[in-house]
Design a protein around this ligand. Structure first.
Ligand SMILES: Nc1nc2c(ncn2[C@@H]2O[C@H](COP(=O)(O)OP(=O)(O)OP(=O)(O)O)[C@@H](O)[C@H]2O)c(=O)[nH]1
Ligand SMILES: [Mg+2]
Length: 359
């Protein structure tokens, strides 16, 4: 399935309601004065970012957006109701361009940013407002101002939600291929992957998310060894880490050795990275003897200080695509959890934390 990271939509704010021409009619007042009310204002079209949205996928199904028009004014000086604003939700990282002029109108970075992209038309004034000393009975009112129409090009600058980390050859690219339409090269030698690639993961239920397949890390990566440095910077911007461990490379004498190498490199690079939730995933469960090795790894893992904070471990075979659905739903659960926490923080008036993770 093709990933939609751009979309073209049309928006239109609401027209203002028209002013009303009306005169008082009461038995006791034979020639009542003008009492036509003003029209209501048309609704605005508002763009709003939310971390609940992670792609522009939803614009495949709906491309035209129209805010409500203002209600016309009525007699007895009744002002028409304002049209409702229309809020369009976007993922953070969306750049909004006027498709006709090519001008960038807004570059959204953070969640919960709001921007009025098309203002609703003003309501017209009722005839009562046009009363002057020479014209005490104006038979005209002002029409409402029309709303604004725009065609918008939306571009999403992709930020990965999930960074797949691990030693070279752990199967990171194989896993990326198993969960998304991305096609990174897979090789039976270390450092097959030289540049990170991104894949969109669709889930049966809920928002799609984005994984980054990152080149393998080795000891000294924080100093730039191997392909180190630039990729650690990439990981810094993801929200969840998926730590992939090749079960066939586990040393039964020191089951955590490889896993710890990666965590040490990351701590040395930045303490903040290790504050992100991490899912530990054992890969290549299809190889002979994998179950035994996995067992020794898991019992050692229980004492690990990072694992104690995020006690999630799963086993998969990326090549046979086993355990993939459980992994996808575990990731979805974690991401939704982070969103909820961010949302709570916003409600409490604290800084939302952006892509810094949930802790
Ligand atoms: N048996 C088995 N082999 C696997 C599995 N997943 C990956 N492999 C093999 O492991 C080797 C490395 O896979 P990659 O996906 O290239 O590993 P990587 O982590 O991306 O490696 P680098 O990009 O070099 O860091 C390839 O030969 C894969 O076919 C698995 O679940 N089972
Ligand atoms: Mg790779």
């Amino acid at each position: 399935m093709k990933f939609i990271d751009e979309a073209l939509i049309t928006v239109r704010s609401g027209d203002g309601g028209s002013g009303c021409v009306s005169f008082r009619r009461e038995r006791s007042v034979p020639r009542g004065g003008p009492d036509g009310g003003d029209g209501g204002k048309g609704g605005d079209v508002i763009l709003k970012t939310t971390s609940r949205k992670r792609t522009l996928h939803h614009f495949q199904f709906k491309r035209q957006f129209r805010a409500q028009r203002g209600v016309n004014g009525q007699g007895k000086q009744k002002t028409g109701k304002n049209g409702d604003d229309l809020i369009i939700e976007l993922p953070p990282g969306t750049v909004v361009t006027d498709a006709d002029t090519g001008q960038v109108l807004k570059d959204f970075i953070d969640p919960d940013e709001k921007y009025v992209i098309a203002e609703g038309g003003r309501g017209g004034q009722g005839n009562r407002r046009f009363t002057t000393s020479t014209n005490r009975a104006p038979r005209f009112a002002q029409p409402g101002e029309p709303g604004e129409g725009l065609t918008l090009k939306l571009d999403l600058k992709l930020l990965a939600d999930v960074g797949i980390i691990g030693l070279p050859n752990a199967g990171k690219s194989t896993l990326t291929r198993a969960v998304s339409a991305a096609n990174p090269e897979v090789g039976s030698y270390p450092f097959t992957t030289l540049t990170p690639s991104l894949g969109v993961v669709h889930v049966d239920w809920g928002e799609p998310f984005v994984v980054a397949d990152i080149p393998g890390l080795i000891e000294g990566a924080h100093n730039g060894a191997g392909l180190g440095f630039q990729f650690l910077r990439h990981i810094e911007r993801t929200r969840v880490l998926l730590h992939l461990v090749d079960v066939s490379s586990i040393d039964p004498e020191a089951p955590l050795a490889g896993y710890e190498t990666i965590n040490n490199e990351m701590v040395l690079y930045s303490e903040d990275i290790m504050k992100k939730p991490q899912i530990v995933v054992l890969n290549k469960l299809d190889v002979p003897g994998a179950e035994e090795l996995a067992k020794s790894f898991r019992s050692a893992l229980k004492k690990d200080r990072f694992f104690k904070k995020n006690p999630v471990s799963l086993s998969i075979s990326a090549i046979e695509r086993k355990g993939i659905e459980e992994l996808k739903s575990e990731i979805t659960r974690l991401l939704d959890n982070i969103n909820e926490k961010q949302h709570e923080n916003v409600l409490r008036g604290r800084k939302s934390g952006g892509h810094k993770g949930g802790k």
